[in-house]
Design a protein around this ligand. Sequence first.
Ligand code: AVJ
Length: 328
Amino acid sequence: EQRWMASGVRLARDAAAADERDDSPQFLADVVAGLSSPQKTLSPKYLYDARGSALFEEICRTPEYYPTRTETALLREIAADLSALIPKGAALIEFGSGASDKTAIVLDAAPQISTYVPIEISHDALDQAVARLAQRYPSLDFVPIAGDFTGELRLPESVRAKSAVGFFPGSTIGNLDPAEMQQFLLRTRVLLGEDSVLLVGADMLKDVPTLLAAYDDAAGVTAGFNRNLLERINRELGADFDIQAFRHEARWNAGLQRMEMHLVSLHDQHVTLGGMRFSFSQGESLHTENSHKFSTDSFDALAARSGWQIVQQWISPAPQFAMFALVP
Ligand code: AVJ
C-alpha cells in the first residue's frame, strides 16, 4: 500500500517537472497570441495554478455557485444506477480531476473499480488528491497523470487492459468551444475504447439571474479567481498588469448559450510582456472563460456528432444539472 502510493506520487511529480519546463514557453506564446487578437482572450485552463485551484474550491462554497453542490447531490442520488453501469475491475479515468471531491461518491458506490486514473493540469491539486484518496481507499491502484486533458493522452498498458469508465464531472466540458468539445469526445472515444462508458456532468440552461449570480458572487471570490490570471501572468511571465485597473464581469451570451467571464479595463492603459506592449482602451475586455449551458437536445446532438450516444441521463430539480452516461 505504501509502495504504490509513493510511486504514484512520484509519477505525478516527474510529470510536473517535465511540464514546468515545457509549459512556460507555451503559456507565453498563448498569452501573446491572446492579447494580440481583436477580442483579447486567454485560455481558461491557465486559471488553474495552485492559487486558482484553491480559489475555485472556494467558489464552490459560495451560496451563489450552485453547480458543484447540485451535481454532488445528484451523484449521491444516482450512485446505485452508476454502479450498475461499471464493470468489475474497471479503471475510472477522470478528466480534470482537481481535488477529486466527487470521485469518492463513485468509488463508494462502485467498489468493483480497481484503478483510479486522475488527469489534472494543476500538479499541486493532483498530488493532494491522490494522497488523500490513497488513505481512504487502501486497495485501489492509482495512476495519476499530470497534464492537460485536452491534449494528446496515452494510458499505460496496465490501464488499457481494463474496462474504462470515463468520468468528466463539473460541466468542465462547457469550458470548451463546441469544436473543442467534439474533438475531446472523439479523442476520448479512441482513448477509452469500444467497451467504455463515459459519464459527463453538464450544467443545464436556466434563468439568467441565477447564472449571473453564480459567476459573480457577492463575496467577490469569482472576481478574485478571474483576476488571479493576471497575477499569474505577472509572476510567471514578468508582465506588469495593474490588477486593480481591471474589473471582473460575468456576461450571459444568449446567442452562444454560455456564461462568459471577462476582465474589463477601467481606463486606457498599456501592459508590457516579453518585450511587447499591449494597449487596452477604457471598457475593453479580456475574455477569460466560457461556460456553455446545455439542453438535453443540445447535449444529445453534441454526443451524436462526436461518436457517442446517450444510454442514460439524470437531471436534478432546479437549478438543473445533468449527468449523461455515454457509450460509443
Ligand atoms: C469547473 C470550470 C466548470 O465554468 O462553472 C466557476 C469554473 N468559473 N466560476 C465553471 C468557474 C467561474 C467552472 N468549471
